[in-house]
Ligand binder design. Structure first.
Ligand code: FCB
Length: 450
């Protein structure tokens, strides 16, 4: 099997601030909504917190060396807003900003392209206390924050991602109470989603002004949706699930309007939109970031929320998250996004799998299932490129085992195993596999056969 990738293809790995940094209250960092949320009893498995996480704040040099060892071409990380602006607005914390400056320098010295995400869910608690994303002004405060980061790092960072997965921030955080800030109000979730998109648009404007040559995008969690049967009702359910997850974000970003069928369906829950908002939201993007893990299969069920029931397909292989392994879905998703929205460029900004890894008696972590998962998905990227879809890079989630939100430390997604007691990092076999893929510029008979 041969799957050669184009010259310059960016092989990467991804992380986020709250999931790896730790140092939650060091060097004048402000509290984030996640620092607060994890302290509510019962919210996180085993009562885990990100207080220490992978201690990356103190170990970033070592971690950059791990990346260099893999041969990574790019590294996607996020900046913690409250580390830079402890109160969310005004009052810059130079030590916090300097941390990212040193990280970027270390990456560049290692020949690794930094992909900087501005928001991976850790809003400053001070802003939450003023209303958080429910409040329209937060969108402007976000672009002020973007400007602060851009002024410091714009001379060295080329790739900018405004938001990570606004659907998750809006719904898990404000619709279902599973993520910080823990609110449960569907109408609010939709208003928050609108403000997140608006803040994205404002940040795009700020970045374009401040960073000449910046390549700006957003990372969305997208899935292809399949109806459980050919029946009319199930097809309708699939259309709605698609509207809910995919089109609600893609349409405004690329076409400047919310999908009409969903606006009608949401009725009074639909967000308040001010004239000019949609123009701001649909500012030109240089790339779309696609986070893909699995597909969704749905059935109509009038009793279920929004009339959509998510079905577990029997027989399919699943990861430790319970997510079906469905590599083909990545190709179908990329094809659909390309066909319907034609972003200039696409990066797969997250893809990966959790399995219950542990080192064996030989000290190795034999994560064969992860290797198979990555290999199959990399092949689907290759297939997409072969059909002319502009996929320019691929990021494994994640570089390290880390704090997996409500699941705490129970889910391991890393290429490196982290022993949390000692903070020792151990390359899993998948790390060796990925290093070979990068060195060979794709899958050759050798890497492919493993
Ligand atoms: C995505 C998140 C990321 C990680 C993976 C498993 O939704 O962006 O932080 O939790 O899922």
């Amino acid at each position: 099997m041969e799957a050669r990738f184009p010259e310059g293809f960016l092989w990467g790995a991804a992380t986020s601030a709250y999931q790896i940094e730790g140092a939650w209250n060091e060097d004048e960092k402000g509290e984030s909504i996640w620092d607060r949320f994890v302290r509510i009893p019962g919210k996180i498995e085993n009562g885990d917190t990100g207080d220490i996480a992978c201690d990356h704040y103190h170990r970033f040099q070592e971690d950059v060396l791990l990346m260099k060892g893999l041969g990574l071409k790019a590294y996607r990380f996020s900046v913690s807003w409250p580390r830079v602006l402890p109160r969310g607005r005004g009052g810059l914390n130079p030590k916090g900003l300097d941390f990212y400056s040193r990280l970027v320098d270390a990456l560049l010295a290692a020949g690794i392209e930094p992909f900087l995400t501005l928001y991976h869910w850790d809003l400053p608690q001070a802003l939450q206390d003023e209303g958080g994303w429910a409040r329209r002004e937060t969108a402007l405060w976000f672009s002020d924050y973007a400007a602060v980061v851009a002024k410091k790092l714009g001379d060295r960072v080329r790739f900018w991602i405004t938001h990570n997965e606004p659907w998750v921030a809006a719904w898990a955080g404000h619709g279902w109470g599973r993520h910080a800030p823990g609110l449960e109000n569907p109408g609010l979730a939709l208003q928050v989603a609108h403000h997140l998109l608006l803040s994205h648009g404002h940040a795009v404007e700020a970045l374009r002004d401040l960073v000449p040559g910046a390549r700006i995008g957003i990372a969305l969690n997208l899935s292809p949706i399949y109806p459980a049967s050919q029946g009319e009702k199930d097809s309708q359910a699939a259309r709605r699930a698609d509207g809910f997850l995919n089109r609600w974000f893609l349409d405004p970003l690329f076409s400047g309007s919310y999908p009409a069928d969903m606006l009608e369906f949401f009725g009074p829950l639909a967000p308040r939109i001010v004239p000019g908002d949609m123009r701001t939201i649909s500012r030109r993007l240089d790339f779309l970031g696609v986070n893909y893990y699995t597909r969704q299969v749905v059935r109509a069920d009038p009793e279920a929320p929004f009339g959509v029931e998510y079905v577990t397909v029997p027989g399919g292989e699943r990861t430790q998250m319970g997510w079906e392994v469905f590599p083909e879905g990545l190709f179908q998703l990329l094809s659909r996004v390309h066909r319907d929205y034609s972003p200039q460029e696409i990066f797969v900004t997250e893809n990966g799998a959790a399995f219950p890894d542990e080192p064996g008696p030989d000290g190795k972590v034999q994560d064969k299932k992860r290797i198979a998962y990555l290999k199959e998905h990399i092949l689907q990227c290759h297939r997409a490129i072969s059909t002319g879809i502009p996929v320019r890079g691929y990021f494994v989630w994640s570089l390290l085992d880390n704090f997996e939100w409500t699941y705490g430390y129970t889910k391991r997604f890393g290429l490196f195993y982290v022993d949390y007691a000692t903070q020792r990092r151990l390359p899993k076999e998948s790390a060796r596999f990925y290093a070979r893929v990068i060195a060979e510029g794709g899958l050759s008979g050798r890497s492919g056969s493993r």
